[in-house]
Design a protein around this ligand. Structure first.
Ligand SMILES: [Zn+2]
Length: 543
């Protein structure tokens, strides 16, 4: 029904009479978890021009404010979740690719690829997400079947962790990879004098380069789809790791035109053209996009035995993995970062990679500081190296779902002693008193509730193992919540604007259908998002 002029005049008159301030939005729920220092008891938030201007009870706030829109939800209000390490744009631009996540055998991989190609309009096949650890035969596959099915079309099948590719002969030919190829920080697998098609780490690059970029319109629509998916799961912020220059240009354009709105802190890829283009101009901001850090790869991943360890892999003698970047290269990037005011974030999984990068950071940072240089994953840390994190204010950035995904084989790779210093989130938290959490999606799923559950409960979705995986290094629910909100914001220098519900901060809010802080652990994973609000705008509402 259309409001009559008289009723509008009366409303204005009444609100002036009562001294009520007109605002954009009042959000009322059952409880508000502000995650601020003094966690006040409240159930309502007042929002104006994208910012929080009041927190209190519905009775108090309704007295003071008249909102153009009201949300009354039977739910629990939290600060919008922030993923402190993910691949937002990488995943978006991966969406056209054939999805192999969860395949139970190589036969199933082939079936999926063949089915995908029936409607594939591109001149190549790119699939991602296989994991031989999920198969009965837990060995790397080879390219022979792909060669017979696709002799003329390049086929690239990327492993779930992004650190290995199975390519067919056509792709290898186009990329110029032969038996003689040799890569620093990468390897080309051979068996009985032939290429198997398996390429590890830096050896993947020539094959990746044969794939042309998606047209801008298509790329934009996948970015929008990705953003909607994040909002639907309660995320209002992402730290987008290792993005190439041409994609950052697209992000700049989309954020400048408000075509993307999710808060995004982008980490430059360490590739030469990207650094050359962006480094010297210093960090940049466009609306909710901030490009302010550099992502370096020190080593590979544990699943593909590419993580660089101080001693042999327990399940592969004589093998310790390799560094992907030389010390000179990483040192030069760090120097430039100091000079041009960039944050440095380095992927380090093995204890050797962690030691190398911690020592490198220490040599540049010299003392405690507020630069927030991060170690991504910090997955296996030698007991004598933890002190570097606190001595030089280095921030470990961890992904609790990794612990549970790796649980079935982590001890095989590392042995009993080393595994006790892996996924050691509590110990890492204790170094600086705070710890940002992320997912690394698409390596893991996007859902932040899974991060909360695995961080605090340390079990899989079936509630196994009963005692929790390496439970001594689990976090409390309060710590897990902070890791996904205020500490995630702090890990990219954003804690004054984001990460908690406080007056003056951006109104980034999620409303959940149950109280994850108190509900029985068996129910946490079934939590649903009712609303997601970003800078005071409703971005998602459950149907
Ligand atoms: Zn990552």
């Amino acid at each position: 029904m259309k409001k009559s002029l008289l009723s509008i005049v009366l409303t204005i008159y009444a609100s002036q009479l009562l001294g009520k301030q007109k605002i954009d939005l009042l959000v009322t729920g059952i409880t508000v978890y502000t995650v601020a220092e003094e966690g006040e008891i409240s159930n309502t938030i007042a929002i104006e021009k994208g910012r929080v201007i009041g927190i209190g009870t519905d009775i108090e706030l309704n007295k003071n404010y008249e909102a153009r829109r009201n949300i009354n939800a039977k739910g629990y209000i939290f600060p919008g979740f922030i993923d402190a390490h993910c691949h937002f744009s990488g995943y978006a631009l991966d969406m056209y690719k054939c999805d192999l996540v969860g395949t139970a055998s190589f036969v199933e991989v082939i079936e999926k690829v063949v089915a995908y190609d029936r409607t594939n309009k591109l001149s190549w096949i790119y699939a991602r997400g296989w994991d031989q650890n999920d198969w009965t035969v837990k060995e790397f596959p080879d390219k022979s079947v792909l060669d017979s099915l696709f002799p003329d079309k390049p086929v690239i099948l990327k492993r779930v962790d992004g650190h290995a590719i199975l390519a067919n002969q056509r792709a290898l030919d186009m990329a110029g990879i032969t038996m003689q190829s040799d890569f620093k920080g990468g390897s080309v697998e051979k068996k009985n004098g032939n290429l198997t098609g398996i390429l590890i780490d830096n050896a993947m690059e020539p094959v990746e380069n044969i794939v042309p970029p998606l047209p801008e319109q298509e790329a934009t629509s996948y970015m929008n789809k990705m953003e909607q998916e994040c909002y639907s799961l309660g995320l209002t912020g992402v730290v987008d790791c290792g993005v190439e220059g041409d994609i950052i240009r697209l992000l700049e354009k989309l954020y400048a035109g408000n075509k993307l709105t999710i808060s995004n802190t982008t980490l430059l890829s360490q590739s030469k053209p990207t650094l050359e283009q962006y480094m010297k101009n210093g960090p940049l901001t466009k609306n909710n996009l901030t490009v302010s850090a550099i992502k370096i790869y020190a080593d590979g991943a544990l699943g593909s035995r590419g993580a660089c360890l101080l001693k042999d892999y327990s399940d592969k003698h004589g093998h310790r993995g390799t560094m992907l970047s030389g010390l000179d290269e990483m040192s030069a990037i760090a120097d430039d970062a100091l000079k041009y005011k960039w944050q440095v974030c380095t992927h380090a999984i093995g204890d050797s990679a962690n030691r190398t990068i911690l020592k490198l950071y220490a040599s540049k940072l010299k003392t405690k500081n507020d630069l927030r240089w991060r170690v991504e994953h910090a997955q296996v840390v030698h007991p004598s190296d933890y002190h570097f994190f606190s001595d030089y204010s280095i921030i470990p950035s961890v992904q609790p779902t990794h612990a549970i995904s790796d649980m079935p084989w982590a001890e095989e790779r590392l042995g009993t002693d080393r595994v006790n210093n892996a996924y050691a989130y509590k110990q890492l938290l204790n170094q600086n008193g705070w710890l940002p959490l992320g997912t690394d999606f698409p390596v893991e799923g996007i859902n932040p509730i899974a991060t909360f559950y695995t961080a605090a409960i340390r079990k899989d979705k079936n509630g196994k193992p009963e005692e929790g995986f390496l439970k001594a290094n689990g976090l409390t629910r309060e710590e897990a919540l902070k890791g996904m909100t205020i500490w995630a914001a702090k890990s990219v220098g954003n804690e004054n604007k984001k990460g908690s519900i406080e007056i003056g901060k951006d109104a980034d809010i999620v409303i959940l259908d149950q109280d994850i802080m108190t509900v029985d652990e068996s129910k946490i994973l079934s939590t649903r998002v009712l609303y997601t609000i970003s800078k005071g705008e409703i971005k998602y509402q459950a149907k």
